[in-house]
Design a protein around this ligand. Structure first.
Ligand code: SF4
Ligand code: SF4
Length: 139
């Protein structure tokens, strides 16, 4: 048995697909949804823990890839390193949940951890390495 924490990204046309139901029923996986962002007609993201037999997890991964759903390892934590941030705003448009936002009066970027779905998109975008992440090891 193995557990994996991953970020699943759904194209907009798959938002209504009963994907988690199929993972449980067809692949006998245990599912624990840790965070979700699903908005009609937009790309959806689930932060999810999958548990099951190694072979079943591999087959489920193929099933998801065939559907067009991408899966990336979950990062354990996103840290906003304020002392490195120069408030250039490059990360603002990439953040799907507005966890990174701009105070337009003061032209300062801030981070709200409770809105962050740990998708990791902001990390490669920041030229100053002000967004940092730690990966979980597969258990
Ligand atoms: S990881 Fe970065 S881009 Fe993703 S939700 Fe959190 S702050 Fe936004
Ligand atoms: S891209 Fe980096 S330096 Fe620029 S505002 Fe975002 S966190 Fe700060």
């Amino acid at each position: 048995m193995k557990n994996r924490k991953v970020v699943m990204t759904f194209p907009p046309h798959l938002i209504d697909e009963p994907v988690t139901y199929r993972l449980i029923k067809d692949y006998d996986l245990r599912i624990n949804i840790l965070k979700a962002r699903v908005v009609p007609r937009e790309e959806g993201r689930l932060v999810i823990e999958l548990g099951g037999k190694v072979e079943a997890l591999k087959k489920a991964e193929t099933y998801l890839a065939d559907l067009g759903i991408t899966m990336e390892p979950l990062v354990r934590e996103i840290a906003f390193l304020e002392d490195k941030c120069v408030h250039c705003t490059a990360c603002i448009p990439i953040c799907p949940t507005k966890a990174l936002s701009l105070d337009r009066k003061r032209m300062l970027v801030s981070f709200q951890n409770e809105k962050c779905i740990i998708c990791g998109l902001c990390v490669p975008v920041c030229p100053y390495r002000a967004m940092d992440m730690l990966h979980t090891d597969d258990k």
